[in-house]
Design a protein. Structure first.
Length: 490
């Protein structure tokens, strides 16, 4: 290890920045985090009102071993972070009355498809085997290492993955492949939905995204005690315990390259910069002297319109996670990506954490997180679009649940693409940075390091390998491994 302790400024305290701080501090670096808001967590926020509590951002927790590994990185256990596996991953509804309860057990899931959709168990199980194979091919190369370092490709595991690359179907569209797998359009819709996990269009995105179902049905879906916010708060406490320093309400206005490092806000010098800010926003903001915006003119991912509803009753038909599908999925995605508007019959996702965490709502009540996929902000008439979407959502939910739910909404708040942009710095409200609609998207994402400026690195959902809790944590691992390699293991 170098005799001189290297100093690092992390810009932003999203889960990627928090994870990187823990890894770097445990490796002996001096770590400061700058955060423009009053608290940590980025998109993993929370809101409380009148006895209700909502996680305001991510709602699905998979691959918990990445959090466990992070919390035990220094050999200390002692965390109060606990989680439980969900027996039912999600409840699915179609307007014609078809319903599907998706259990976590793969054999039971296959039986549900056979009983409710007439899809053979063998087909479902074979598809999930294929999803697992895609994971095994891509994981060690595309998810755990930098795609922009030659040494990534100079080992046996990588070579094996490259030999098997045709099996991940980069050059075929997700929807086209799924059409050949399944006979029931509802089954196709079920598995096409996984493109939305990184803000993409299944009718354009590569079939490589069929790896995503394995995250749920290979590793399982979990609920953390205390909600998703507990993940961020636990990693934050870990960072504090290791000696990471946080500077809240301290936006980074400028980062200047100096002979021996970087000057932050014209005040404090650091050896290394690790940006956890949305890369397109950073290129137009604090890193504008170091990053070109030309490389950030990618197609943004989709965004979301979210309503936080405090309901004055409970609904037995609903579980922790619920999906109510549109009648015409292709039209919905065409509206989102081509027409830049929310479809009149949107697919609706409802997350109800109070189903698992009773204290998140008053007795006999529920906290609904109601989300529809939305286009990124492109100067649309959002007031009109939001009003129409709210009416359409209420109509759809009321029809499927057999009751006028508008009468049960007692508390309400919302999050729009514009607010996502202003609150989290995600450019144009795109939840995942760039979309994965291009077959080369994995390679076109911002790398985890700068090839032009030594000591400048990147992590978070807008850079490699992508968005969501697991991938943001992996992004933190990739970038910190690069930093350690560049500054320690020499």
């Amino acid at each position: 290890m170098s005799k001189n302790v290297k100093s690092i400024a992390i810009l932003g305290s999203g889960i990627g920045g928090l994870g990187a701080a823990v890894r770097l501090r445990s490796a002996g670096f001096k770590v400061d985090i700058y955060e423009q808001h009053h608290t940590y967590g980025g998109k993993m926020g929370e809101w409380e009102s009148e006895g209700y509590r909502w996680d305001t951002g991510p709602s699905l927790f998979t691959m918990p071993h990445y959090v466990d590994e992070l919390l035990g990185i220094d050999g200390e256990i002692g965390s109060d972070f606990k989680y439980k596996k969900l027996d039912t991953v999600c409840n699915y509804f179609w307007d014609d009355g078809t319903r599907l309860k998706a259990p976590s057990d793969r054999d039971e899931l296959a039986s549900q498809f056979e009983e409710n959709l007439g899809e053979s168990k063998e087909t479902i199980l074979n598809f999930l085997k294929d999803s697992k194979m895609k994971y095994e091919i891509t994981n060690h190369v595309f998810l755990e290492k930098s795609l922009h370092k030659l040494k990534t490709y100079l080992n046996w595991n990588t070579l094996l993955s490259l030999i098997r690359l045709p099996k991940i179907q980069v050059f075929r569209r997700m929807s086209s492949v799924n059409r050949k797998w399944f006979k029931n359009p509802k089954t196709m819709q079920f598995f096409n939905r996984y493109a939305t996990y990184n803000g993409s269009n299944p009718y354009e995105a590569p079939a490589t995204l069929n790896v995503i179902p394995y995250y749920e049905y290979g590793f399982g879906a979990y609920f953390p005690e205390g909600g998703i916010r507990k993940i961020a708060s636990t990693v934050y406490k870990k960072a504090l315990s290791l000696g990471v320093k946080f500077y809240f309400e301290t936006p980074v206005e400028s980062v200047e390259k100096k002979e021996n490092g970087y000057l932050v806000n014209e005040q404090t010098q650091y050896d290394i910069i690790l940006s956890n800010i949305d890369v397109a926003t950073a290129a137009r903001g604090p890193l504008k002297s170091l990053l070109s915006t030309q490389g950030q003119n990618y197609e943004p991912s989709s965004s979301a319109l979210i309503f936080y509803w405090g309901m004055d009753r409970s609904f037995e038909d609903l579980d922790v996670h619920n999906i109510l599908f549109t009648k015409d999925y292709k039209k919905e995605f065409s509206n989102i990506f081509q027409n830049k508007r929310i479809d009149e019959d949107p697919t609706v996702y409802i997350h109800i954490s109070s189903k698992a965490e009773k204290k998140d709502a008053p007795d006999g009540c529920e906290n609904w997180f109601v989300m529809v996929n939305a286009p990124y902000d492109d100067n649309q008439n959002w007031d009109e679009m939001i009003e129409n979407a709210r009416n359409n959502i209420i109509a759809k939910l009321s029809y499927n649940l057999g009751v006028d739910i508008s009468k049960n909404i007692k508390v309400e708040n919302k999050l729009t693409p514009q607010l996502i942009h202003s609150k989290t710095g995600s450019r144009k409200g795109a939840l995942y940075g760039s979309s994965s609609n291009n077959r080369m998207s994995a390679f076109l994402r911002q790398s985890n390091f700068s090839s032009k400026h030594k000591g400048l690195y990147f992590c978070g959902g807008s850079v490699h390998p992508g968005g969501g809790i697991p991938l943001s944590l992996l992004s933190a691992k990739i970038s910190t491994d690069l930093i350690k390699s560049d500054y320690i293991f020499r």
